[in-house]
Design a protein around this ligand. Structure first.
Ligand SMILES: [Zn+2]
Length: 309
């Protein structure tokens, strides 16, 4: 490949996204940040000597959420992300430089840890190589040009089924920040007190950005599609791999006042679980071609449509 062509391909690949997104972080970069940090928060690590996996988010050091450069990203626990993002010039909050320093210290410690583990292990797995990005789209464009009408279906929005089944968890494709959309699992649970719990579960293999980083958008898409009144909503977030934690996400702003925004995560306590009459299961059950529920219900499900209204 000539170097000019290579540069042209590189330029296409590196072109800025079409719309200025709020948080454009590619999946590869997200994975690198998560693995380099080993999901540890560098502020917890450096200031509080806590070296353990934390529920967190990827923060933008320079506060520019369209800057998805890896050097600008840091994994922070929810508390420290909050503290960092809400920092005002008056308060002696976390500064960008100190967080950078803490991040480097954490990465250094993690590398030492990984080196030690590699040394102690006889078997080392080679990293999976990344397949090259293929950029020749002319064949498909040509086919589209031949038969415009046949492609109408491809140009319309993704349509989800408009029913939800009791004790069944369905895959839900969501649009997310940046160009990479994702897939999550959704279950709707109508609680006896009139609230509607939506369990949003990240499945293994989600190609898109995380359900945490996109919670406002996913919540909007699900609630809009299924017409769930925001006032009755209990949004539950869970990853079907890794730690067994469940979080209840609340929003300071909800429709009709605006899109879901300013989310807060609260780990679901045993008191809340019993208040809701739910018990999380260890495994997401499969019943033939469908997923069952990851939440056991301690109440009787509605037996008719009259009960649901
Ligand atoms: Zn922290």
């Amino acid at each position: 490949m000539g170097s000019t062509r290579f540069m042209a391909i590189l330029a296409t690949y590196m072109r800025p996204p079409r719309q200025p997104p709020r948080a454009f972080v590619t999946r590869a970069v997200e994975t690198t940040v998560l693995s380099q940090s080993r999901r540890r928060c560098c502020v917890c690590f450096y200031l509080h000597d806590i070296n353990e996996v934390k529920k967190g988010q990827i923060a933008h050091l320079n506060k520019d959420r369209s800057d998805g450069d890896i050097g600008n990203l840091v994994y922070l626990c929810l508390d420290h992300h909050d503290e960092y993002d809400s920092r005002t010039s008056q308060a002696k909050g976390l500064t960008e430089d100190e967080v950078r320093l803490y991040r480097e210290q954490l990465y250094k410690a993690n590398r030492a840890q990984v080196d030690l583990a590699t040394e102690n292990s006889q078997v080392t797995e080679a990293a999976n190589p990344i397949l090259p990005l293929l950029r020749d789209e002319s064949a498909f464009q040509h086919a589209r040009d031949q038969d415009n009408a046949g492609f109408e279906v491809l140009n319309r929005q993704w349509n989800y089924p408009l029913w939800q089944v009791v004790d069944q968890t369905d895959l839900f494709a969501y649009k997310s920040h940046g160009d990479i959309d994702g897939v999550c699992l959704i279950e709707r649970i109508d609680l006896p007190n009139g609230a509607i719990a939506i369990a949003c579960i990240a499945p293994c293999g989600n190609p898109g950005q995380s359900i945490t980083n996109n919670v406002e958008l996913i919540c909007f898409q699900v609630c809009e599609r299924f017409n769930i009144p925001p006032k009755r909503l209990i949004w539950l977030e869970h990853y079907d791999y890794g730690d067994p934690e469940w979080n209840w996400v609340t929003f300071r702003v909800m429709p009709p006042d605006g899109p879901f925004s300013d989310p807060r995560w609260h780990e679901v306590s045993s008191t809340l679980w019993s208040e809701w009459g739910l018990i999380p299961k260890k495994k997401l059950p499969r019943r033939g071609p469908v997923y069952g529920s990851k939440l056991k219900k301690l109440f009787k499900r509605p037996s008719s449509f009259e009960d649901l209204s």
